[in-house]
Design a protein around this ligand. Structure first.
Ligand code: BG6
Length: 481
């Protein structure tokens, strides 16, 4: 197939503050919910602790030390030819207590330096305002987004950084994977305070309350929409997007019940939040879901208008894998990114059980572009794998290259059909700590970071084979895979 990538296609990579920066206690930063998460593994869930425990390893506290090494890292991204780099701002670096009267200048200065460094190489920053990173003080004082006061605190934070960086940053995302809030495991990312310490994503100790969770999600929608309106008033050239974790799903069989069930799940998990943020109102199936589950969302007097006024300029999403849906119990299951499902017999899975499905990316792009008709960006995609050095001291990560080639070809196919895909920031161009497990050994990068699961290592950066490969891809604008 011909190369269909437009000339100005935004090639790059993506990280998040809490998985990369470290320096958790430096320059006035306050604690964030991500600072309270321990390390886990595929078999051992990460734990969330309400206070920091002695003799416990919290990977976010040092992460990969991007805070001190960003110049070296950005130089390597520039060497690969990045056009765009996605990163998030740690809210608690700017407002350590969430409701401080003045922002923390040291925090503001840090991101200003980072954005200037990116600009030096003509790399566009793509900034996520909140990547699973709500200040602990907001959880403690306000129960996160369950309290409407948090809407104002978020908007003030957004106003502070959008004003400060209005000439340095053009691309913004409000909340990372906001639709995690639809899942019963999504309480923490909404800042809802658990009763006691427990598992990060699924805590039997802290039972889910859908009434509280969906109200918090509503308040997050309002905060996001207000931020879009505000951002446009600060700089009309801003492009502001939402960010959805896309759980691509297929019916396990052509049995009508499987097909219908897949449709219903797809609407609620994949489309609900995007519909609110891109269309500006609650879709019928969500209202029906609330009705059937006795959930009553309290709207503020102006919320309906705010949601309408604050629709996003672009739609962005993460895509790693797909799974199947079945009405039958007893079918074989697979793990996944935050959500798993029935195993697809045609797909292989990664070492962490995520099913690799490049075609599913084109399928998803058609689906989303058809529905929203907005510019699309894939802001996370990649393969988490264990990397080993060979005898020559190199990491020959052909498995990663193969994964990415297949997904880029799938993007090309969708572009060929007329999908307006404007950018691709693969996840973790430099190894960072895993969001799901807190491990270091689940690596996505073109750049290896010498650090292990227990926090040992020099933190030195080493290029993998895929480094030169991605450089070639960007240079040829997706032609030379
Ligand atoms: C996404 C998150 O869901 O998946 C990232 O936005 C996360 O923060 C990524 O790192 C990959 O998941 P994991 O668990 O492999 O790090």
């Amino acid at each position: 197939m011909n190369n269909n990538f437009p000339k100005d296609f935004l090639w790059g990579g993506a990280i998040a503050a809490n998985q990369a920066e470290g320096a958790a206690f430096e320059d006035g930063k306050g604690l964030s919910i991500s600072d309270m998460m321990t390390a886990g593994s595929i078999n051992k869930p990460r734990m969330f602790t309400l206070s920091l425990k002695e003799d416990t390893y919290y990977p976010a506290h040092t992460a990969i030390d991007f805070y001190h090494r960003y110049k070296e890292d950005i130089a390597m991204f520039a060497e690969m030819g990045f056009k765009i780099f996605r990163l998030s701002i740690a809210w608690s670096r700017i407002f350590p207590n969430g409701d401080d009267t003045e922002p923390n200048e040291a925090g503001l200065k840090f991101y200003e330096n980072v954005f200037k460094e990116l600009r030096k190489y003509d790399i566009e920053p793509l900034v996520t305002l909140s990547h699973f990173d709500i200040p602990m003080a907001i959880m403690n004082k306000y129960n996160g987004f369950h309290n409407r006061k948090t809407i104002d605190l978020f908007v003030r934070y957004a106003e502070t950084v959008m004003n400060r960086y209005k000439d340095l940053v053009k691309y913004w995302l409000t909340f990372n994977e906001i639709n995690v809030g639809v899942l019963p495991t999504g309480n923490l990312v909404l800042g809802i305070k658990p009763e006691q310490d427990g598992e990060v994503f699924d805590s039997p100790n802290n039972p889910d309350n859908p009434q509280v969770r969906f109200q918090a999600l509503h308040n997050m929608f309002v905060a996001s929409a207000k931020t879009v309106v505000l951002g446009h008033s600060i700089n009309p050239n801003f492009l502001i997007g939402n960010m959805i974790a896309h759980f691509t799903m297929y019916p396990l069989t052509c049995k009508p019940e499987d097909i219908l069930l897949t449709k219903e799940k797809d609407l609620m998990f994949n489309k609900f939040c995007g519909d609110v943020q891109a269309k500006g109102f609650y879709p019928f199936y969500a209202l029906d879901y609330f009705d059937k589950n006795g959930i009553q969302i309290e709207f503020g007097p102006e919320d309906e208008e705010i949601l309408k006024a604050g629709t996003v300029d672009m739609y962005t999403f993460s895509y790693y894998m797909s799974f199947c849906v079945s009405g039958d119990s007893g079918v074989e299951m697979t793990l996944g990114n935050l959500l798993g499902g029935a195993k697809n017999p045609y797909l292989k899975a990664s070492e962490w059980g995520w099913q690799v499905d490049p075609e599913g990316l084109a399928y998803t792009l058609y689906d989303l572009y058809d529905r929203y008709q907005l510019p699309l960006m894939i802001v996370e995609n990649g393969l988490g794998a264990v990397d080993n050095f060979n005898e020559d001291g190199e990491i020959v990560d052909d498995y990663r290259i193969e994964y990415l080639i297949d997904h880029i070809q799938s993007m090309n196919r969708a572009l060929n059909q007329g999908v307006n895909l404007i950018g691709y920031t693969m996840w973790g161009p430099i190894d960072i700590i895993s969001g799901g497990t807190g491990e270091m050994k689940k690596r996505y990068g073109f750049i290896y970071v010498d650090r292990d699961n227990e926090g040992n290592g020099t933190l030195n950066r080493i290029k993998k084979k895929s480094f030169e490969w991605y450089k070639k891809v960007i240079k040829s604008n997706g032609e030379n895979l």
